[in-house]
Ligand binder design. Structure first.
Ligand SMILES: NC(=O)c1ccc[n+]([C@@H]2O[C@H](COP(=O)([O-])OP(=O)(O)OC[C@H]3O[C@@H](n4cnc5c(N)ncnc54)[C@H](O)[C@@H]3O)[C@@H](O)[C@H]2O)c1
Length: 386
């Protein structure tokens, strides 16, 4: 089987490509524009394989997409290419609309034109797997809502909580595949739009699509603008560890390699037209995550207090103003993919976060290249990119 992976040089896409090349006999065509978030160094472990090919292409370029489908003749598409950082989407939404919505539309159309010309057997077997996020569902009731309900005689404090009348701490709702979409940020709204396009292409054209919505990922090769790598790297440099507001926002963390395994299961065994939620059963507040990283660093890389004038990394934690529209809680009900496809996460948060911190300690060259931007120079030397 040959799989066209878009965004294969990014954080999750590169984990998918490494997983497929290392653990299966399938071929991969990695189609990636190589924005600031795309780094081919993430793929050095597999890029020499004769089952791997790379195409530097923008998914907004319809002619190039047509060429890639025609030259490589894939059996499936796994679509991960996207602008993915919520903070950047607030500062400048235009790229998010362009890549996540218009780019997905272009890819659907290029893939559909190609699929229409396939012989019957290959047409039946073809799959278009769209990779999305749990952020499309908006946010969920937070444990502090339960406390405020208990304190509120009339329960008015819950009036702004969607789809919910009564719940207890132990029965706080989770996102299921039936949860209504209610995105809050330009990023999640653009991803929600792309999910709707994919669903419409299935319904209108019978195009064989699948969608997955996954919770927050963490793990190696994560670009240091996101919370976990940012905290690890700032701590190592004795810089402040920024936390939005009180840090009580809850996310459901999944190790990126568990996500990659789930995605391969879905593209190879999932049922056409279905949506699968993917999550790690690891609800943590941002503050808990940052404190855990600080404890692991205290253990693995004790602070040089003479240099930074502090005893423990947690002293670097700094609360900053809340992000506009910040969702308070995400949590996934992943029972459908567990029941129907037999996928469960292999990493616990405790083991996964420790190995992630260790990875950043062991891969200072990767970090230095990313922070200095010199991975982009490496790309132009390697591929003659502009
Ligand atoms: N990171 C998470 O926690 C998370 C969770 C759930 C779902 N997702 C989704 O998974 C996908 C991958 O996320 P990620 O964290 O790896 O993102 P990332 O930002 O690390 O990588 C995105 C990749 O897409 C490429 N790209 C961007 N614009 C492109 C374009 N116009 N044409 C071709 N390539 C382009 C980039 O060069 C990069 O390699 C995204 O669709 C994201 O919405 C992410």
């Amino acid at each position: 089987m040959k799989i066209l992976v878009t965004g294969g040089a990014g954080f999750i896409g590169s984990a998918v490509v490494r997983h497929i090349i290392s653990n299966t006999q399938d071929c991969v065509v990695n189609l990636d524009k190589l924005t600031y978030a795309g780094n081919l160094e993430n793929l050095v472990a597999v890029s020499d394989s004769d089952r791997y090919a790379f195409e530097q292409v923008d998914i907004c370029d319809a002619a190039e997409l047509k060429r890639v489908f025609s030259e490589h003749q894939p059996d499936a598409v796994m679509h991960l290419a996207a602008e993915s950082h919520v903070d950047r989407s607030i500062d400048g939404p235009a790229e998010f609309i362009q890549t996540n919505i218009v780019g997905t539309y272009n890819l659907l159309e290029a893939a559909r034109a190609y699929w229409n010309e396939l012989d019957n057997k290959r047409k039946q077997a073809f799959r278009f797997h769209h990779i999305s996020t749990d952020e499309v569902y908006g946010d969920l009731p937070h444990p502090s809502d339960v406390k405020s309900e208990a304190q509120s005689v009339k329960g008015e404090s819950l009036s702004s909580v969607p789809n919910t009348s009564r719940f207890t701490l132990n029965s706080l709702p989770l996102f299921t595949e039936q949860t209504a979409y209610a995105p809050s940020s330009p990023y999640s709204a653009s991803k929600a739009s792309s999910d709707h396009l994919v669903r419409a292409w299935l319904r209108t054209y019978g195009f064989p699509t699948l969608i997955t919505n996954c919770s927050n990922n963490y793990g190696p090769y994560h670009f240091p603008e996101k919370l976990i790598p940012l905290v690890i790297l700032n701590a190592l440099e004795g810089k402040p560890l920024p936390i939005y507001g009180k840090g009580d926002q809850i996310r459901d963390w999944l190790h990126v390699e568990d996500h990659a395994r789930a995605l391969y299961k879905v593209v190879t065994e999932g049922k056409i037209g279905e949506t699968y939620n993917i999550g790690g059963h690891n609800e943590k507040t941002n503050l808990e995550v940052v404190q855990t990283i600080c404890q692991i660093l205290d253990d693995l890389y004790p602070i040089q207090h003479s240099k930074f004038n502090i005893q423990h990394y947690k002293e670097l934690i700094t609360h900053v103003s809340e992000r506009p529209g910040h969702d308070r809680r995400y949590a996934i009900d992943a029972s459908k993919i567990e029941r129907e496809l037999g996928w469960t996460p292999q990493e616990t948060f405790e083991s996964g976060i420790r190995s992630t911190v260790q990875w950043y300690l062991d891969n200072q060259d990767w970090v230095t290249n990313v922070q200095s931007g010199s991975y982009q120079t490496w790309i132009s030397q390697q591929y003659g990119a502009e």
